[in-house]
Design a protein around this ligand. Sequence first.
Ligand SMILES: *[C@@H]1O[C@H](CO)[C@@H](O)[C@H](O)[C@H]1NC(C)=O
Ligand SMILES: *[C@@H]1O[C@H](CO)[C@@H](O)[C@H](O)[C@H]1NC(C)=O
Length: 243
Amino acid sequence: MPLGSISFIQILFLQPIILYQNCIDQNRNDCENHGWSLPGNVFDCSGNLIIGNYILDQIVEKTFEIPPHQLLRFSVTFYKIDSWDSEGFEVSANDNIIFKKILADQDGNQNLCGKTTWKDMPFYYEKEMKISEFELKIKFQNHLDQGLDDEQWGFRNFTLEILIPCVDFYEECNYQGQLFQICQGDKTQFQSEIPFEIRSIRMNNNTVLKLRGPQYSGGNTQQYTTSQPCLDSYKFPKVVQIE
Ligand SMILES: *[C@@H]1O[C@H](CO)[C@@H](O)[C@H](O)[C@H]1NC(C)=O
Ligand SMILES: *[C@@H]1O[C@H](CO)[C@@H](O)[C@H](O)[C@H]1NC(C)=O
């Protein structure tokens, strides 16, 4: 082992990694302070609090910071309330439409809330995906053409989580230059060659990265639990262990 190198690296990926969760139970304060682009109104819909009263072409969106990953998942329960007239609901991720649903006035089994004339319908949606950007903008939009006395939509139970987390190692400070990625479950155990000296590390806050080197901090193990935009120059390990 060359002098100045790091002899050991260990990555512990702690689960679950929930980036954001909102209005999943009966906590009104949590439902009201959701941070999406339009506040809406929080009301009880047959035993569930929902964020609703969205009408016409109103867009509800939110942008999330996304750590390195192989797979993420978001899930949400939407509510069709009252008389949608074969109108279309859309979900977009970074401005690409990934889900469309068209529902008609009598879709749904029972009247849950809103006007009593029409049936209502919750519909659960979940999507697993990998994005290359470090931001994800989720956008909900319906194309309704009447007012609250006739039709609206709402949502609750939103969760965004990382299913397969990664750690990104970069050749330059501020996450620039060549990238080397290690993800949970990678089979690089004990013998992964990292092709360059590492200057920055991007990771999520639920991962514990341990490094040790004979000439680094007196040979003590260094532990990182947040991203490191610029490390002092040091030689990177030639030995990798994943847990
Ligand atoms: C709420 O979301 C979870 C996933 O986060 C899902 O398993 C559950 O079925 C949802 N509940 C409702 C009532 O849609
Ligand atoms: C992770 O930790 C950093 C530094 O403490 C903080 O700025 C950031 O908001 C955290 N991110 C998440 C998703 O919790």
